[in-house]
Design a protein around this ligand. Structure first.
Ligand code: HEC
Length: 138
């Protein structure tokens, strides 16, 4: 019982710590690191992978759309919303200096887009991989 409540307190502290780290992040690298440490709280050996992020971005996850449906197959190119046709600025950090500089915006769109593409929220590990991919994409 005592162990359980300590474990719970530890988990709550870690979760709070991770969301504080994310809220204070201002660069793509800091945002990526915040997701990576949140993922490590669940799986200690976790290391983000741009290759996995690339696969995740271009693969279907049981729904009709992929991330590339709106953001195109090349994240350095401008995208286009599949439904509204509205233009979307490039996702790659190299092509768009504003990407992954505002944690509130990043969380808002991960939440919305993961729901559409994956049918659930993305995990911290998935977000860490996707951001690693978009930082490395030329
Ligand atoms: C139905 C169209 C659509 C799909 C599919 C889609 N997105 Fe988006 N996404 C948008 C729009 C619209 C925006 C907001 C406009 C902008 O930021 O240029 C956006 C913005 C984002 C942002 C904000 C990044 C930042 O710092 O500005 C992230 C992160 C993101 N999308 C990730 C994803 C991921 C990951 C997937 C796949 C799981 C995905 N998106 C699929 C339309 C889409």
């Amino acid at each position: 019982m005592r162990f359980l409540s300590q474990l719970l307190r530890h988990t709550v502290t870690l979760t709070l710590l991770c969301s504080t780290v994310l809220a204070r992040a201002e660069t793509p690298q800091q945002i990526q690191a915040a997701y990576e440490s949140a993922a490590r709280a669940q799986a200690p050996g976790f290391a983000a992978s741009a290759t996995r992020g690339n696969d995740f971005f271009h693969t279907q996850h049981g729904q009709e759309w992929t991330c590339a449906s709106c953001h195109t197959g090349n994240p350095s190119n401008p995208g286009k919303h599949v439904v509204t046709g509205k233009a979307i600025q490039p996702m790659a950090v190299a092509a768009n200096a504003e990407r992954f500089t505002r944690p509130d915006k990043v969380e808002k769109w991960f939440t919305r887009n993961c729901k559409d593409v994956v049918g659930r929220a993305c995990t911290a590990a998935e977000k860490a991989d996707v951001v690693a991919y978009l930082i490395s994409a030329k």
